[in-house]
Write a protein that binds this ligand. Structure first.
Ligand code: 9MR
Length: 382
């Protein structure tokens, strides 16, 4: 297949870089013939798997091409912002479901399931809540319970799974992102931890279960995928937390592994597969909740080479995840045109876009799409 650099990237790139991309043309490994021309959700469903992606209400209503892609490809949606604390309760006692409703209405129209993200997290917390959490454990518990009361009762009919606690594990030393001081053992120092102590995780799950006994309750975290000492330490921290919760009969049903992967990090499929199995052995389901791929800075090679590298890693990752027992996979977005990878300054590439989602900037299927399809089908690379 002749490589065709995306038009937008050609415009945005310095000319030399764009031409270099065209001259050093690599051969695509995952060609259109590598995978059936069917939606990912349909391919996944054929093997008892669920494929979905993160969306925003704005994109669904303002970008018809985005909405069409999601309508076609995904069976499950997760709102990228609209289920977060700051979006749902911007002021104390004033709940605003308009953003979430827009996603839910769209999902209902197109018959998509929606998972909720995220009830208890240290980010997307409005100032008032951050301040209230500093006013002692009694007040903090009131904030948590009032939020869950309203959110879980309002969304009960349409959201049957929530990330109850997001990103509770403290990053081991050597992290890209400096860890705030004051963590408690394996748990990250967050306003919730400071207010309620390490029990805040159990408190949150118990509060959710009390309000909705059949809701599927998930704990979601990142940084546990790579074959690095850092990720290994984080895996152990997560396993210790999960075992502790299980030992105390804390109601938890599932673990979301975010999978914001980084191409520069080593990956060992058996290691990751076994990690998934260790979580499954605790009688917990495991989901891949936010898959995307960050390329090294600067990215290596032309577009075809870059896409091949991303696709190979994604295929290895998803195959290992599925072998370990994962049945649900969501990507964090669907196209390189709309992704936090390009918005977040610490993550974005200079003068270029990451190619870490199934569709490129021009909304064409990439090798990553075919790698995902092949992993869903249980087919090897090539
Ligand atoms: O992609 C999201 C970004 O646009 C938001 O600014 C940010 C804060 O709300 O959250 C991002 O999504 C994060 C997700 O909620 C949790 N895991 C990491 C995601 C990427 O940062």
């Amino acid at each position: 297949m002749t490589p065709r650099p995306v038009r937008r990237s050609l415009l945005a790139l310095p000319l030399g870089m764009a031409l270099a991309g065209r001259q050093a043309a690599a051969q695509a490994l995952f060609t259109p013939a590598s995978a059936p021309d069917r939606p990912l959700a349909e391919i996944a469903a054929g093997r008892g798997l669920v494929y979905g992606c993160a969306v925003t209400g704005n994109l669904l209503s303002q970008e018809p091409e985005f909405a069409a892609l999601v309508a076609q490809e995904a069976a499950l949606l997760v709102p990228e912002y609209e289920g977060k604390f700051a979006s749902l309760q911007p002021e104390e006692g004033r709940f605003d479901f308009s953003g979430l409703d827009a996603v839910l209405n769209w999902a209902q129209h197109f018959r998509k399931a929606v998972r909720g993200h995220a009830l208890v997290w240290q980010e997307a917390l409005p100032d008032w809540a951050r301040a209230a959490l500093g006013e002692g454990p009694h007040r903090a518990r009131g904030v948590l319970e009032a939020h869950m009361d309203r959110v879980l009762s309002t969304t009960r009919a349409r959201i049957r799974e929530w990330d109850v606690v997001n990103e509770p594990i403290a990053n081991p030393p050597g992290s890209d992102v400096p860890e705030p001081p004051g963590n408690s053992g394996d748990l990250r120092a967050t306003p919730w931890l400071r207010a309620l102590g390490p029990d805040y995780v159990a408190i949150a799950f118990q509060a959710a279960r009390q309000r909705d006994p059949t809701l599927r309750l998930a704990l979601n975290d990142y940084g546990v995928e790579a074959d690095t000492p850092w990720a290994e330490e984080k895996r152990q921290r997560l396993l210790r937390l999960l075992r502790g919760l299980r030992a105390r009969n804390v109601p938890i049903d599932a673990v979301g592994i975010q999978a914001h992967l980084q191409l520069r990090e080593a990956f060992r499929p058996e290691q990751f597969r076994d990690f998934v199995r260790q979580i499954r052995a605790l009688d917990l389901q495991v989901l891949i909740t936010e898959l995307d791929m960050r390329e090294p800075k600067p990215p290596q090679g032309d577009y075809v080479a870059r896409d091949t590298a991303v696709a190979l890693r994604v295929h290895a990752f998803l195959s290992a995840a599925i072998e370990g027992g994962v049945r649900t996979v969501l990507t964090w977005g669907i196209s390189d045109r709309w992704t936090w990878l390009n918005r977040e300054p610490a993550v974005a590439l200079d003068n270029d876009t990451h190619r870490g989602l199934p569709y490129d900037w021009e909304l064409k299927r990439k090798q990553m799409w075919r790698a995902m399809a092949r992993a869903f089908l249980g087919q090897p690379v090539g």
